[in-house]
Design a protein. Structure first.
Length: 109
């Protein structure tokens, strides 16, 4: 499964948030970890793509008064999503091994 760099970050954020992964929480975690502030539109586009690819599943939470009666949409990693993260990481490690003088603090595999 091929995923883009932003999609990978979104999957990592969702995996990190566990059962609390919804749009705003994912956006805030991405901003905290990357120093970049993705637009909510770009994030939602990535979420829809990842769900279409089978990397995510979603469900709606209960309606809340602070959201004007609207429901939050929560996301969970699927097995396919976890495999996509693993593939992306494997590719990154393989490339990194070929860069002389780069020490990522990882043991040789």
């Amino acid at each position: 499964m091929k995923i883009g760099a932003f999609e990978e970050l979104v999957l990592l954020a969702i995996g990190s948030l566990g059962d609390q992964a919804y749009g705003v929480a994912v956006k805030e975690l991405l901003k905290e970890k990357t120093g970049k502030n993705p637009s909510i539109g770009a994030l939602h586009s990535a979420l829809y793509r990842l769900e279409d690819k089978g990397c995510l599943s979603s469900h709606e939470g209960g309606a809340t008064t602070e959201r004007g009666g609207r429901r939050k949409k929560f996301y969970l990693l699927t097995t396919t999503g976890k495999e996509a993260i693993g593939e992306a990481n494997k590719i990154r490690i393989e490339f990194s091994k070929n860069i002389q003088g780069l020490n990522l603090g990882m043991d040789e595999t």
